[in-house]
Design a protein around this ligand. Structure first.
Ligand code: F0G
Length: 463
């Protein structure tokens, strides 16, 4: 941070708007009806009833004119599409992985990877779980164990790299189970469930050293790797003048394989891939993808989708792009902090995570404070957010009881290149109003619970 005496100089987005999508404004009465119909679950709202949609940054980005032009260059051959080779070449250049298998989205890659690498009884250590990732590990017979530093579970802790691995936790797992039971360590960049928190290069290097000693692979969930690189450039010693592109490549070079949801960093509405350095694993993956996704040169995507993703990947590692992207998230977060609204700090890369525990201290976790807060925010202004707490965390495989995560959060996820600063102001004002009325809220009861990933389809009633 520069503290020189200078006139304020604002920054603005490194793009201008060429086309707009009109949104639908609603009244409070209309939202009340819509919310009841949706069982108080923001995932079950119709998007036409939403004013500012901060449900997710997944598949919601605005593509550039170049990406749209790329769609017209789709080579829709069943096999050997030109767009596949462009994508493969891009991933090799930008990320440095050797082999790629396209998939329809991130979880398609997680599915195939888990099937190849995990045997029943295996342990998969990781820097915090992600919903789909952990489920695929479990479906393959593995057990996920969290090895993120304790600071990550504390919404108020200001550690600059809350995505870091606690090396003692990792070592203890290796000692307890033996390296043979640990097929890989799962490392996410810009850890979603921790609030978009980064891992440092220094920590990743240490994880690399330790895993190398035992012959354990590192699998990188690189869904938001460019956002992680931004924080490294901002916070890690020696990286202030390193371009985002180079930091991204360095991160990838410290890992052996990667799963990617192109719907985030890579600025597309659909797409993903599995990237591998081992020829043997690639051979297995390119065979398995035929069963679940499609031929290994399209993996469930149209040629045009692969083209848009190839172009999006290049745009995603541009310094100006990533500064504006995370800058907008920080702009919203700072307004809320100035108002005393409790949220996860430091502010993460892809959204603001309201701390529902401190927001609604009167509610026990079984009254679903984050789910309640997301519903109230929608009711107030038509802003759609998402629960990331006890509902998302699901149930314990053995006991059948809820998992009780320390973090009980509401995520205001910012789509890339979609909303303006004025939209952020509207969001901030609505959160502030809901905060002012926080004592009125009584919580929710879950009246329907689906078997898998319950947060998507569960239904609730007010208590
Ligand atoms: N890994 C991370 C870190 C993610 O955030 C996601 C998706 C996935 C994997 C799965 O990718 O959706 O393409 O199959 N996250 C979205 C979200 C759904 O809203 O955070 P996918």
């Amino acid at each position: 941070m520069e503290r020189k005496k200078m006139r304020k100089r604002s920054w603005a987005e490194p793009y201008k708007i060429k086309m707009v999508e009109l949104v639908h404004m609603t009244t409070r009465e209309e939202r009340q009806k819509a919310l009841e119909k949706a069982g108080y679950n923001t995932f079950l709202l119709r998007s036409r009833d939403v004013y500012i949609d901060l449900l997710t940054d997944s598949g919601t980005s605005a593509m550039s004119d170049r990406q749209w032009a790329g769609l017209m260059m789709g080579d829709e051959a069943y096999a050997g599409s030109e767009n596949f080779y462009h994508l493969e070449d891009t991933i090799r250049k930008i990320y440095g992985y050797k082999y790629i298998v396209p998939t329809h989205q991130g979880r398609g890659a997680e599915h195939i990877l888990s099937k190849i690498l995990i045997k029943p009884g295996d342990i998969i250590p990781g820097n915090m779980y992600f919903t789909t990732t952990r489920l695929h590990q479990e479906l393959a017979g593995g057990t996920f164990v969290d090895i993120i530093i304790d600071e990550a579970h504390d919404a108020q802790n200001l550690h600059p790299f809350k995505g870091n691995v606690d090396l003692n936790k990792l070592q203890a797992l290796i000692d307890k189970y033996g390296a043979k039971k640990i097929p890989y360590v799962a490392i996410a960049t810009a850890v979603n469930m921790a609030g978009g928190q980064p891992i440092s290069i220094e920590n990743l290097r240490q994880v690399r050293e330790l895993t190398k000693k035992y012959g354990i692979m590192i699998v990188h969930d690189m869904t938001r790797v460019a956002e992680n690189a931004y924080f490294i450039q901002r916070r890690e010693k020696g990286y202030q003048n390193t371009p985002i592109r180079d930091i991204v490549k360095e991160i990838c070079s410290l890992t052996d394989a990667a799963t990617m949801s192109g719907k985030k960093d890579a600025l597309v509405n659909i797409g993903g891939f599995l990237a591998l350095n081992s020829r043997k694993h690639y051979t297995e993956a390119s065979n398995l993808v035929v069963v679940y996704e499609g031929l290994h040169t399209y993996g469930g995507l149209a040629g045009r989708d692969m083209e848009a993703m190839a172009i999006g990947i290049r745009e995603s590692v541009d310094d100006d792009h990533i500064h504006a992207r995370v800058g907008q998230v920080e702009y919203l977060g700072q307004q809320l902090i100035d108002h005393g609204v409790p949220l996860v700090q430091p502010i993460g890369g892809h959204g603001i995570f309201l701390d529902a525990r401190r927001f609604l201290p009167q509610l026990p976790q079984t009254a679903f404070p984050a789910q309640t807060l997301a519903a109230e925010l929608y009711l107030d202004s038509g802003v759609r957010s998402m629960e990331r707490g006890i509902v998302s965390s699901g149930r314990n495989k053995e006991t059948g009881d809820h998992n009780y995560p320390k973090l009980e959060l509401v995520r205001l996820t910012i789509p890339r290149r979609v909303y303006t600063q004025a939209h952020m102001d509207v969001v901030a004002e609505s959160v502030e109003d809901v905060f002012a009325r926080r004592k009125e809220f009584k919580g929710l009861d879950m009246v329907y619970e689906p078997k898998y990933l319950r947060f998507f389809q569960a239904r609730f009633k007010p208590l």
